[in-house]
Design a protein around this ligand. Structure first.
Ligand code: BES
Ligand code: MN
Ligand code: ZN
Length: 488
């Protein structure tokens, strides 16, 4: 989808969208268009339930007297109370209504004071994403027609500001692409190849295979992948946009390209969803694309553990004991609690090699987080008050919301073990928290935060900013978090 910023005037073709405030008369160019149609637009409003409430839309087709194919009225509510998120959703609502309408262009008239034109553009672009590469028989009549969105306003520097946001959305789209791919296409090696695309943006990419990880002693990660015919990989991305020699910040992602549960096999129903169990890694990779794309002034390293969790004659068994890179031993009581095993070695490796200022890991780690927070917030777990506050703020600003859950030594005790240094499950109570406590044992006390995104990376229904499918959750959150706290 092409996004453009244009001068404030009525378009001569395509569709036109007007933003209408709640219970207010049409003003500016909307009023002008109404009078050119001899009052057809206001007549349509009075014939309908449309009153400008936020989220409402009303379409008027081919009004005579106007050069445009259609008029779309979009309710914005009370415009002086709108947040960036509201403007984002307004832009997205316009794309959603017109994507398959037959119109190929829309001009959004944004002439009210205080209209956030950049967020409108951002939302319009975000909602245009579709993952349709495997649909070979979609009828022409169902295919999207909208190709271009222009935002007509008197703002002067919108395209400059939008450039950086656009780079971030490219990152979001990359994450959605990765999450949407089926596991026969996206497996550790092919995932690592996709990560190689970031080199074009100046990101350094290094990929370790099983032999190298074995030498490093990554018994926890390797145990998860040992039942798969696909070779496990560890991909390391470095972006040096900050001061020479400055310690980097770091992001670590769970990249289980398919999670059958292993020998502790998951039930069949819904198992296809486990193709997006690489969502943590997908988000970290999209974030790196965003940061490099907008040339962020910061040093960042990202590490993703890429494995497939399969049942097999060579798969690990419940009761097996593995030794992690940290030297700590783990009794595997459930092979389906595999994400923490992958992250254990990825986290240890990251702090050991890069001595980062802080580490944030992302993972579709537990079903329990969905029971706790549903699909609205991701769960964050940290001992660091500053990181918690910074992430919460970035969450509110971007709409990628987070909610903090506790860590405590009493939860940590729940994974103590008789046979080894710890066990990989803590029982049903507080399942997301004991998983986080497990990860904490591999951070070597580097400032750290774990984000459980199991409830937010995928949506079974259309959302304001994304169609059913991968959401790209977390890319904009962390991009904002980095911009606000670690740049310049
Ligand atoms: N990948 C799953 C978590 C998950 C479940 C993500 C549903 C998204 C939707 C993870 O590897 C897993 O299986 N966790 C187990 C842990 C349990 C065995 C302690 C779970 O949540 O049931
Ligand atoms: Mn699992
Ligand atoms: Zn998993």
């Amino acid at each position: 989808m092409q996004i453009a910023f244009a001068a404030l005037e009525l378009p001569k073709s395509g569709a036109v969208a007007f933003l209408v405030e709640k219970d207010k008369p049409l003003t500016g160019l909307a009023a002008e268009a109404d009078s050119q149609t001899g009052g057809a637009i206001s007549k349509a409003i009075s014939a309908s339930r449309f009153n400008g409430s936020s989220g409402q839309t009303l379409e008027v087709l081919a009004p005579s007297g106007l050069a445009t194919e259609r008029v779309l009225l979009v309710g914005v509510g009370e415009s002086d109370k709108l947040s960036a998120q509201d403007w984002l959703e307004t832009g997205a609502a316009i794309t959603a209504s017109l994507l398959g309408s037959g119109s190929s262009e829309v001009s959004i008239i944004a002439d009210a004071n205080g209209t956030d034109v950049v967020s409108i553009a951002e939302g319009a672009l975000m909602r245009s994403y579709r993952f349709d590469k495997y649909r070979t028989k979609e009828p022409e009549s169902k295919k999207p027609t909208l190709k271009k969105v222009s935002i007509a306003s008197s703002a002067s520097d919108a395209s400059k500001t939008f450039e950086a946001r656009k780079a971030v959305i490219d990152g979001v789209f990359f994450t959605r692409d990765l999450i949407s791919e089926p596991a026969n296409i996206l497996y550790p090696e092919s995932f690592a190849d996709r990560i190689g695309e970031l080199k074009e943006l100046g990101v350094d990419v290094e990929v370790l295979g099983e032999a190298e990880m074995s030498k490093l002693g990554m018994g926890a990660l390797l145990g998860v992948g040992q039942g798969s015919v696909r070779e496990s990989k560890l991909a390391i991305m470095t972006w040096n946009g900050g001061g020479k020699g400055d310690a980097p910040i770091s992001f670590v992602g769970k990249g289980v390209t398919f999670d059958t549960g292993g020998i502790s096999l998951k039930p069949g129903e819904g198992m296809e969803q486990m193709k997006w169990d690489m969502g943590g890694a997908g988000t970290v990779v999209g974030l790196m694309k965003a940061l490099a794309g907008r040339k962020a002034k910061v040093n960042v390293v990202a590490v993703v553990g890429l494995v497939e969790n399969m049942p097999d004659g060579n798969a690990q068994r419940p009761g097996d004991v593995v030794t992690s890179m940290s030297g700590q031993t783990i009794e595997i009581l459930n092979t389906d609690a595999e994400g923490r095993l992958v992250l254990a070695d990825a986290l240890w490796y990251t702090q050991d090699r890069f001595k980062p200022k802080m580490m944030i890991d992302l993972a579709t780690l537990t079903g329990a987080i969905i029971i706790t927070l549903g699909h609205e917030h991701a769960g964050i777990f940290t001992d660091n008050e500053e990181i918690a506050a910074q992430l919460s703020k970035a969450g509110l600003e971007t709409g990628d919301k987070v909610w903090r859950l506790p860590l405590h030594k009493n939860y940590d005790k729940m994974i103590d073990c008789q046979v080894a240094d710890m066990k990989n499950i803590g029982g049903r109570p507080a399942g997301s928290i004991t998983a986080a406590q497990f990860l904490r044992r591999f951070t070597n006390d580097v400032p750290w935060c774990h984000i459980d995104i199991a409830g937010t990376v995928w949506s079974d229904k259309d959302l304001p900013l994304s169609e059913k499918g991968g959401t790209g959750y977390g890319v904009r959150l962390l991009d904002r978090f980095v911009a606000e706290n670690y740049e310049g």
